[in-house]
Write a protein that binds this ligand. Structure first.
Ligand SMILES: [Cu+2]
Length: 494
């Protein structure tokens, strides 16, 4: 993409957005998608010549053939992403949910297949780009699902450190929406559209599987125009499914009105090409949007009278989603109980440790002392979160960063099952583009499980925390600039 175009685009948006904010003060009616509830299925279970993939292939081909000004033109859909997509903040999930629905409706429109539902690509179980997205032709026709800009091939396997079951388990165990789904933009005070692209801190779902799948594929997938690659939509569909599963477990998507009342307008299109405006709160449930996932069990109301006809059982009932107590609302990342920070403006070098030590006052057991204070203040045990902000990404982003805590033997070979391991993150899109649009990225990590583990392994820390970064190359053959600068590390007690 032409850098000047990007810059002009930003300036244009700057001029347009305040006007849009005024327009969006008008009430937005809840959107429902007609035609009933379709089921989104795992692409690994679909036949290459089955109805879903056949319709998708046909739909993509037809959208690519639409003239440039047409609302259902394929490139135009990707431009919507380039011009509006939020990343690194709490609108990441609702915005992309609406975006997927808009595409699904476009495919139905251009193919006439009412029953179409987008498949998802479960990279955890199938860590290779699905077969349907390879091959120059299918059934004697050009394969519209192939994107030749990808820098990986059909045999490339995404590493479990980024998309594996352990990562997904950790994501699903997170109870706080802002740690699960990236946090509110720093300093947000209202629902003006400008906040769509301000930085919060990315949570695990975004910084690990989401970013790394984009990043490792490169080509279109590594850019703001990533929706040009037809596999983009199945990748995001899987991120969306993880949110749907998390929600079905009884987790609470934030009740904060800065999130719920935020309106996406002037961005998505309906079938007739008109504006598909919706409120973030209208994206919490998938069924009004016309779909469900085959892995998410929807609660059904009990059948009246049946209870009295059945003998009582001694088996513990399986908890239904609606019966699970909502998670306790923690403080938003923005207003922690206590906050301690330390900057590091030295570049971190590939395969070399960069350590950011954090001290907590003068007491010899400073960390333990502030931990006790925070616990008293809250009246219950607290979580210890590390927020890494103001990160300067490397200009070549083929780098994944492992984060460790207080590991005095850190080397590139220390594995991710080491007790000192905290988590990993990857960058999405080239540094210049990303910083231009969003400012420098931030990442959030929960240190609590690592601290518990270290304590149990008798490697307890009581004085200081040392947050360590180990940047590693993601693919071989890069001797270009792979350094990044960690920026600021804050320790938050929630
Ligand atoms: Cu994405």
């Amino acid at each position: 993409m032409d850098f000047n175009t990007t810059r002009r685009e930003v300036l244009r948006l700057g001029a347009v957005l305040p006007a849009m904010a005024l327009a969006s003060a008008a009430p937005v009616r809840a959107q429902t998608i007609p035609g009933g509830i379709r089921t989104r299925r795992n692409v690994a279970n679909l036949d290459l010549d089955g109805p879903e993939l056949t319709t998708y292939r046909e739909g993509v081909r037809k959208m690519m053939a639409r003239p440039a000004g047409d609302p259902h033109n394929w490139v135009r859909f990707a431009q919507t992403h380039r011009d509006f997509c939020p990343h690194g903040n709490w609108y990441f999930l609702p915005w992309h949910r609406a975006y997927l629905v808009s595409l699904e409706e476009a495919i139905r429109q251009v193919t006439g297949k009412e029953e179409f539902a987008l498949p998802y690509w479960n990279w955890t179980d199938n860590p290779q780009v699905p077969a349907a997205f390879w091959g120059a032709t299918f059934d004697g026709q050009p394969n519209s699902l192939l994107d030749t800009t990808r820098k990986i091939d059909a045999t490339y396997t995404f590493p479990p450190e980024y998309v594996g079951q352990n990562v997904i388990d950790r994501i699903m165990d997170e109870t706080d929406f802002e740690l699960f789904a990236s946090s509110r933009p720093i300093g947000q005070t209202d629902t003006n559209d400008l906040w769509l692209r301000r930085r919060g801190a990315s949570g695990d779902l975004e910084q690990l599987p989401h970013n790394s799948v984009h990043r490792f594929m490169r080509g279109n997938m590594g850019s703001f125009m990533s929706p040009l690659d037809p596999v983009f939509w199945l990748h995001h569909c899987n991120c969306d499914r993880i949110w749907a599963e998390w929600h079905a477990q009884g987790r609470v998507t934030t009740s904060d009105s800065l999130w719920r009342d935020f309106i996406f307008s002037g961005q998505f299109v309906k079938r007739d090409g008109s504006d598909f405006a919706l409120r973030a709160s209208d994206t919490i449930e998938t069924t009004p949007l016309g779909y469900r996932y085959d892995t998410v069990v929807l609660p059904v109301p009990p059948v009246a009278g049946m209870e009295n006809l059945l003998a009582p059982q001694n088996v513990r009932p399986v908890p239904r989603p609606s019966l699970i107590a909502p998670s306790i609302r923690t403080q938003p990342l923005q207003s922690p109980l206590e906050l301690f920070g330390q900057s590091n403006s030295q570049p971190a070098l590939l395969r070399k440790e960069t350590a950011v030590p954090l001290t907590f006052g003068d007491a010899p057991d400073g960390f333990l002392a502030v931990l006790k204070q925070a616990r008293e203040k809250k009246g219950q045990p607290v979580r210890v979160i590390a927020r890494i902000s103001d990160v300067t990404p490397p200009s070549n982003e083929d780098v994944g960063v492992r984060v460790f805590l207080n590991c005095d033997y850190l080397s590139p070979e220390v594995p991710i099952n080491d007790p000192h391991y905290v988590g990993s993150f990857a960058f999405f899109m080239t540094g210049k583009e990303m910083v231009e649009k969003f400012g420098r990225p931030s990442f959030a990590f929960d240190l609590t499980p690592t601290l518990r583990r270290l304590n149990a392994a008798k490697r307890t820390v009581s004085d200081q925390l040392v947050v360590q970064f180990m940047p590693l190359e993601l693919s071989k053959g890069g001797d270009q600039d792979l350094t990044f600068t960690p920026g600021k590390v804050d320790i938050l007690f929630l």
